[in-house]
Ligand binder design. Structure first.
Ligand SMILES: NC(=O)c1ccc[n+]([C@@H]2O[C@H](COP(=O)([O-])OP(=O)(O)OC[C@H]3O[C@@H](n4cnc5c(N)ncnc54)[C@H](O)[C@@H]3O)[C@@H](O)[C@H]2O)c1
Ligand SMILES: O=C(O)[C@H](O)COP(=O)(O)O
Length: 528
């Protein structure tokens, strides 16, 4: 059956074309009200949005089949990432498809606000000839402060340098070497506020960037500064802008983004101020950018659903690693091992201690995610996968300890899990043997070989003649065929652990039958 993709927010048509070529059934709904979206989302495996649709926890709760949310653009602040991660839904974006367009729009706004372009156009169209009123400012020789020297910030810096601007910048995550390459002088934020003639912001909206410019810090701002925001609304305190302009603290502001979109009535009034140039979130709205992000997100979604690649994934680091050929056998092993462990672990278990040795130790994080997804399957209502396994483990209070061991082992790769002192079977080790062949190789120090598949019975027994005959006889009486057998012995204490795999599922009475055999105890049945 074809996967179903829902396209929203007027994403470029090429997105649907590519998804169809990749075998998807595509519905393009453009703009729909939230309640209508909630009523249909349950049908879809993938959805593509721009910034308008709010992908909320409520919407995700109704999205029972959803596997991927693709953002045709950069900002994912309209997507509840925690809720998506909890639901095991992959979120992907296209980080660079609209960089150039947004940088160009920013440069356009810098010029527009310097030369009163928007107001002068409106005035002339209204029949006036106000040459004196619209006396402008040259950008040449002025200082541009760039907050956020990532993709867009660095492109704005490069372009405005060609206009003869001196560029200073602040970005705690960019190195001085990288800033030198851009020809940007790095400074502390207060120095930028004190020195820049123009301030342009290119960061996400975070607790650090919210309200960067407001009446509260008016004293720090160089008088006559121009402000430009093509990043996210809220970085400048919108409601303070008219007063900042009227008190000549800033000369003007150019805004493309707003704390609420479309702007609230209060902000819409503010935007009428003659010192403010504003566009309705147009930074990425070019044919080129929309074509690029739509193409990129379509290919990324198809690749992700076909498990071919996970470019642009935001909450799926482990999923992204899962395509690595070196890791794949361990993921399968760990998932099955996790399912086995969950069936023998003590109730209310609150800690899993996992030790990795061999090459698997290099990928312990993602292998633990896989082990957890197996361990939690069945105990959690939702889908559990590599994306949300840790979240579910944490929310049920399961602590994890992960250790990489360098001690020599019989097996070149070994995953050992300690289920704690209250467990009937406490310490189990597993390893991959070959293609699709995954085995438990040790339980509580007893060497044993159990294939991690099908129906498994494990028990402890006294190591004395007749034990195997008794249990195999009991199984035969119940018409249960044995597929394989393994036995680990401790000669000194005459103890053994025995494991059978059988061809049919067992019920409680079958297990009681085995449990009743003298010398047999702690019988566990595992169905994988
Ligand atoms: N107007 C539009 O249509 C439009 C289009 C694309 C992107 N955007 C927005 O522009 C912003 C930048 O996009 P980008 O593609 O350049 O992202 P990016 O990730 O390449 O760059 C963001 C930069 O901000 C820096 N940063 C983070 N916190 C900071 C802080 N507290 N102070 C200073 N720097 C900080 C990061 O280190 C990074 O270098 C994003 O918010 C994005 O959503 C808007
Ligand atoms: O974060 C982004 O990519 C921009 O804000 C563009 O948003 P849009 O896709 O709604 O134009």
């Amino acid at each position: 059956m074809a996967y179903k993709a829902l396209l929203l927010d007027g994403v470029d048509a090429v997105c649907g074309e590519i998804l169809k070529e990749r075998g998807f059934e595509v519905t393009d709904k453009g703009k729909i009200p939230p309640d209508e979206l909630e009523s249909i989302i349950g049908d879809y495996d993938a959805m593509v949005v721009r910034s308008a649709t709010k992908v909320t926890a409520d919407l995700l709760a109704k999205a029972k089949n959803l596997r991927v949310v693709g953002r045709a653009g950069v900002g994912v602040d309209n997507i509840d990432l925690d809720a998506a991660t909890r639901s095991g839904v992959l979120v992907m974006n296209t980080p660079d498809g609209n960089t150039i367009s947004t940088a160009e729009h920013t440069c356009g706004l810098i010029l527009a606000v310097s030369r009163n372009i928007a107001a002068a156009v409106a005035s002339l169209k209204e029949g006036r000839w106000d040459r004196k009123k619209y006396l402008g400012t040259e950008v040449h020789g002025k200082t541009l402060g760039v907050i956020g020297l990532g993709k867009i910030g660095s492109n704005v810096a490069a372009r405005m340098k060609s206009f003869g601007m001196n560029v200073i910048g602040y970005d705690p995550f960019t190195t001085h070497e990288r800033a030198d390459e851009m020809g940007v002088k790095m400074m502390e934020i207060d120095d930028i506020l004190a020195q820049a003639d123009y301030l342009t912001v290119h960061t996400p909206l975070t607790d650090q960037t919210r309200g960067l410019i407001s009446l509260k810090n008016a004293g720090k701002i160089k008088q006559g500064m121009f402000l430009i925001n093509c990043a996210r609304g809220g970085i400048f305190e919108e409601k303070d802008l008219p007063e900042l302009i009227d008190r000549n603290i800033i000369k003007g502001a150019a805004l493309d983004v707003y704390s609420q979109e479309p702007p609230s009535e209060e902000v819409a009034e503010i935007l009428k101020h003659p010192g403010i140039v504003c566009t309705p979130h147009l930074g990425a709205s070019t044919q080129e950018a929309q074509g690029k992000v739509a193409e990129q997100i379509a290919a990324q979604i198809a690749d992700a659903i076909e498990q071919k690649g996970f470019e642009g994934s935001i909450n799926g680091k482990s999923i992204a690693l899962s395509t690595n050929k070196e890791v794949q056998p361990f993921l399968e092993l760990a998932e099955r091992f996790g399912r086995l462990l969950s069936q023998i672990a003590p109730r209310h278990i609150n800690e899993l201690s996992i030790t990795y040795s061999g090459t698997c130790a290099r990928h312990s994080q993602v292998i633990t995610d896989s082990l957890l997804s197996g361990f939690l399957k069945g105990s959690v209502d939702d889908v559990v996968n590599l994306i949300n396994a840790r979240f579910h483990a944490e929310s049920r209070g399961l602590k994890l300890s992960e250790t990489q061991s360098k001690e020599p082992q019989t097996y070149s790769d070994l995953i050992t899990v300690d289920l704690g002192s209250s467990a009937d079977y406490r310490k189990l080790s597993a390893t991959p043997f070959g293609d699709g062949d995954y085995r438990i190789v040790s339980i509580d120090g007893f060497s044993i070989e159990i294939n991690l598949e099908g129906e498994i019975i494990i028990y402890r027994n006294i190591d004395q003649p007749g034990m195997l005959a008794a249990t195999s006889g009991a199984l035969a009486q119940r018409d249960i065929n044995i597929a394989s057998l393994s036995l680990g012995r401790d000669l000194k204490n005459a103890q053994a652990i025995t494991a059978f795999t059988v061809d049919t599922k067992l019920d409680d009475t079958d297990l009681e039958y085995i449990d009743d055999i003298d010398g047999v105890n702690v019988v566990k049945y595992i169905s994988l």
